[in-house]
Design a protein around this ligand. Structure first.
Ligand code: SF4
Ligand code: SF4
Length: 197
């Protein structure tokens, strides 16, 4: 198995999808007059796991573009992050540790940040094929803005998810369905190196 380096065409497709996620987010944020400016919190310490090889590989495309010393700094922070998360999980707590890619409050790989980083914040929903809808209320600040409004602008995730799944299938090709499922924090993706396919 070799490290999965994204073909330029597939990298362009995920960049395009990420761009459209951002547009969908920005539209709802504008409708709510919501920004992150002045936030007393930084939600980059939220504990999320990620599930696709294609996002993992695209994250690594960003890491590979950094100079080795900078990448090493990030890897060192990722190791500390992973240890702190493991300790919290062993105590039965949900980890709350700053993402190793966050530097002075900002994302150091902004163009390569993962889907959940692009969705968290504003209200969103996920409509399943059976019609069931899962709702995500957005971050605490956005929830304060929404208050008890009845009609709330929302990002619908389903079509964006489907596109991401299609890109995952394109990357995996014949290995689809034969690979163990991905369930990794960003730090674990960094420490593991690019996905091996
Ligand atoms: S998404 Fe919400 S919690 Fe996160 S930085 Fe923005 S305002 Fe703050
Ligand atoms: S990848 Fe970037 S945006 Fe996402 S949690 Fe880490 S620092 Fe924040």
């Amino acid at each position: 198995m070799e490290a999965a380096l994204l073909q330029p065409e597939l990298a362009a497709k995920i960049a395009d999808l990420y761009g459209r996620m951002e547009q969908a987010y920005d539209l709802v944020a504008r409708q709510l007059d919501f920004t992150c400016q002045g936030c007393p919190d930084n939600c980059c310490d939220s504990y999320f796991l990620h599930h696709t090889h294609v996002e993992w590989a695209y994250l690594w495309a960003g890491l590979m573009a950094l100079d080795p010393a900078r990448r090493q700094e990030i890897e060192n922070r990722a190791a500390k992050y992973a240890a702190a998360c493991a300790a919290a999980l062993a105590r039965g707590e949900r980890p709350q540790v700053m993402c190793p890619l966050n530097e002075a409050g900002r994302c150091s790989l902004y163009l390569h940040r993962l889907m959940i980083c692009r969705m968290h914040g504003v209200p969103s929903s996920l409509t399943f094929p059976n019609g069931k809808v899962q709702k995500f209320p957005g971050c605490f600040r956005c929830q304060e803005i929404v208050g008890d409004r009845q009609a709330v602008p929302t990002v619908e995730r389903a079509s964006l998810f489907r596109e991401l799944v299609a890109l995952e299938q394109e990357l995996l090709g014949e290995q689809q369905g034969q690979r163990p499922k991905v369930k990794k924090s960003i730090a674990e993706m960094i420490l593991a190196g690019p996905p091996r396919l």
